[in-house]
Ligand binder design. Sequence first.
Ligand code: NAD
Ligand code: ZN
Length: 252
Amino acid sequence: MVSEEKIDKFKEAARIIKSAKYLVVFTGAGISAESGVPTFRGDNGIWKKYDSNVLTLSYFIEHPEESWKAQKEFFDIILNANPNYAHIALAELEKKGILKSIVTQNIDNLHQKAGSENVFEFHGTMKTVTCINPRCMHKYKTEELDLTNLPPKCEKCGSVLKTDICFFEENPPEPAKSLSFQEASKTDVMIIVGTSGVVHPAALLPVTAKENGAKIIEINPDSSLLTIYGTTDIFLQGEAGEVMKKIMEEME
Ligand code: NAD
Ligand code: ZN
């Protein structure tokens, strides 16, 4: 049962979204949970099976095989995953001209699969890999690699290949990072979907938006650091697909 107070919040959120001049959506792993892609900090998921450092750069350099094992498992999941209602609704809002851009921390390509076009991948992508040899840095498409023997090696120089996702101890890739902060400064309404708000500097995007006067609407089944520290103005508690459905209904 949805309480009266909750219904009013959906109405209010829908009204704010409709009147937005420059709507930006900021997404995290939670938006893809209903597509069967495990989040980082959830209880179930592949990240519990491996050393928590598998996505830390120094660990990767020393243990590329172990890191690649976890990444390959994740890559197989996202290759087969389909966008859920939340991804699709956001793509629809872009087509209607209401949503201007999506800044995502995700590396699963599900916004693009849903048809969103203006997507900034704040933490890079798993679609490509780069040779770690600074004198080579040759790029390959991940799906064209033979991943039978891990880690995959560069055909040009024999060095280890690394996916183009942002590891811990790395800076987010440019120009995605600067462009994302530009979007956060421009927006007057930001919807945050499914992020815990603990990964930096990504978590500063909603803070930047708020400092520039934006209204912040957050969708998450649980409170995040952004809810707890008051960055969020309207907290819509629930799963991304279910909440987006209610918002879309209110907007009709
Ligand atoms: P996180 O794992 O730290 O937090 C996930 C958040 O999603 C939590 O706050 C959780 O309450 C919420 N959530 C869970 N189910 C949800 C649902 N159905 N609807 C809405 N919200 C839901 O994720 P994060 O904040 O994105 O940070 C983790 C980092 O790991 C990110 O930088 C991201 O790049 C990476 N990551 C990406 C993916 C992906 O591409 N799908 C998956 C795991 C991790
Ligand atoms: Zn090379």
